[in-house]
Every structure is written in C-alpha cells, then in structure tokens.
Ligand binder design. Sequence first.
Ligand code: NAD
Ligand code: UD1
Length: 352
Amino acid sequence: MSLPVILVTGGAGYVGSHTVLELLNNNYTVVVVDNLVNAHKDKGADLPEALRRVERMTGRTVYFHSVDIQNKEELTRIFNHYKIDCVMHFAALKAVGESCQIPLTYYQNNITGSSVLLEVMKNHGVYKLVYSSSATVYGIPQYLPLDEKHPTGQGCTNPYGKSKYFVEEIMKDLCSSDPLWAIISLRYFNPVGAHESGEIGEDPLGIPNNLMPFIAQVASGKLPRLQIFGSDYNTHDGTGVRDYIHISDLSAGHVSSLKCILKPDYTGFMAFNLGTGKGYSVLDVLKSFEKACGKKLPYDLVPRRPGDIDSSYADATLSKKTFNWTATKGIDDMCQDTWLWQQKNPNGFKSQ
Ligand code: NAD
Ligand code: UD1
C-alpha cells in the first residue's frame, strides 16, 4: 500500500526543506508549494536549491509548484491534481522587525493565506493539517517551563507573533465547527542548526536577526563582532535564556505528529510544544560555538533589545506522551552542524 501524499506549503524554506527531507526518508510522497519569497532558486532550475539538494540526498522526487497560498485558483489546481491526505503548513513571513513596519503584508500573507488554504482544503474534503506555530504565542511567560496550558495571545508584541496566534484561533474555531477537522499546531521554541551533512541549513537574507546565524557569520569573518543584547537579565549569567532545538529534531517531531494525525479517528485541535526543555544563555551558546569553530569570538555587551524576555523554555512532555517524540540533540550538536553548514556554504544556497 502506498504511503499518504503530503502537501507542504513553504517547503523550500528552512524548516520546510528539512521536514521534506524527513518525509521522503519516511517514504511519504511530497508535493511542495512555495512562492519563493524567502527561498533561492537558480535561474532556469526546476527546483529551489534547498529542494534540489534534498532530492539528491534522498534519491526521491519532490513535486514542486511555484504557487502563492493566497491564490485560491492555483491552490485549487494543485488539490485537483493530487490526492492530498494531509497538509503541513509552513508558508509564512517571519521577520519580527519587518512585521512591525509592514503589518498588513504580514496579516494578509500569514492570516489570509492560511484561511484560503483551509477553504481550498475543505472544498476538496482534506481535513488534516499540521501547522507551524511558535512559542511566541505565549507572550511574556507567567511561569516556566511553558506548557501548552499557558495562556496565549497576551503580550504578543508584534504583528508576526500575533499572526501566529490569530491563525491558531481560526483553526480552533474551525475544529469546533466541524468534527471532521484534525489540526495539530506545533509551537516551536528556537529552531537552529542544519542537517548533519551540512548540505541544507538556514540561509537568512542580509544581516541575520537571530542569534545562531549571527554567531556563525562572526565565526566565518563575514561579521566583525557579536552584540549581546542585555547582560542584566534575571538569568544565571545575565544574558537571555532560550530553548534552542536542533532542526533535525524539529523535523522528526513533524513526522511523529503526522503519524498521529493520520490515524482515522484523530480529530479536533491540539497544540504541542517542540523544544528540548533546557534553556541556554547567549553566553552558553557563544561558548559552545567557540568549541565548534575552535576559536574565540569577539563580542560586546550592549543594552537589551526591545521586546525580548529573560527566559523561555518548554515543557515538552505532552509531545512525548502523545506522539512519542523527544529531542535528542544538545547545544554542541546544534553549534557543530551550524558551523559545518556555514563553512560548506558561505553564501548560503547562492552559488556566488
Ligand atoms: P522560511 O522563510 O525559511 O520558510 C517559509 C517559506 O514559505 C519560504 O520558502 C517562503 O518563500 C514561503 N512562503 C512565504 N509566504 C508564502 C506564500 N504566501 N505562499 C507560498 N509560500 C510562501 O521560514 P522558516 O524558518 O522555515 O519558518 C517556517 C514556518 O515556521 C513559518 O510559518 C514560521 O512562522 C514558523 N516558525 C519558524 C521559526 C524559526 O525560528 N525558524 C520559529 C517558530 C515558528
Ligand atoms: C526570535 C523572535 C521570535 C521567533 C524566534 C525564531 C524576537 C523578539 N523574537 O526569538 O518571534 O519565533 O526568533 O527563532 O525577535 N541575541 C543577541 N544578539 C543577537 C541576536 C540575539 O544577544 O545578535 C539574543 C537575544 O536577545 C535573545 C537570544 O539571543 O536573548 C535569542 O535571540 P533570537 O535568536 O533572535 O531569538 P528570540 O528572540 O528568542
């Protein structure tokens, strides 16, 4: 019997491409739609570079379509063409700072896009979806570790974070309206790292906003120094603490949740944390990266970044209990694999 067909939106991006790899390694048939707003495709190539490499690594085919999920007609064409069993929905804009400058673009892309996708799914009798959410929906933690019962939507300070929260709310309403729907929302903590081969990884546009890719570019000499935002937080060394999770663990979590949602009797809306349950400070990450790259990295202690919090880390027991997933990799693996990816691909997926 052939395994189910999975439609992956945003499958050419960072989390999407690693998950496509994991899906293919588990023998699923994978159809990707991505409008390439944040993914690189060489002129004349059939596939975005990340997916070209995924095909090479797995020896399997990715059915790729350059489609914007806001385009109902084109999405309908995809659903008419393939018999889709489940959707994994990664497509979104994700830059926090940019979302404060162009909030309408973020709300249209992330919320309208999701709502068009859900409508087309319903029109085709496809009721199963795994959604990329974020720990950002928890806002300022009222307690730690953060479990799924923690209130959401309060203290989400930027349009990106709010768009993740609003889409979860839409999905809850949809599941309440019709018991055929089955939606799993995966709340990622801080995904970092790259596939252990160094063939695929995170390829940020311009100067990275997030810590790990920034450190990697300091290590490679592309950027002069790391600025550590805040050294007076209420943490073990004064710098911000986060729950970093290796991208391969994160993609494995998607496949585990997929096996669960594909069970015929699985219905309703459920949210699950994907994190390790451990917090590391900025200085801890820096130390581990220095070990990986074998040199000291220059940094300055500067004032806090607005909107940042002291600490955030997950209680990930519900994912373990429900679909038997736990993270297996630690901060040293995350730094080593980021460094390997950075060295092998100094220009990311671009050839120049
Ligand atoms: P990414 O930008 O690398 O990937 C997103 C992909 O979606 C890109 O390839 C982009 O071209 C595509 N896309 C965007 N809008 C689209 C549209 N309207 N139609 C079709 N394709 C579209 O980002 P990522 O880091 O891989 O994130 C994937 C998902 O995970 C996002 O929903 C993001 O909000 C969520 N998430 C990411 C993180 C993280 O740290 N990376 C943390 C929490 C949640
Ligand atoms: C950020 C986003 C969050 C998103 C997540 C994805 C903000 C406010 N939040 O989370 O919505 O889901 O990325 O992974 O942008 N740091 C430095 N110097 C740097 C960069 C970061 O000191 O150059 C520090 C930060 O202050 C923080 C830690 O490193 O303490 C992690 O930062 P980052 O990687 O940006 O992730 P988050 O802020 O947790």
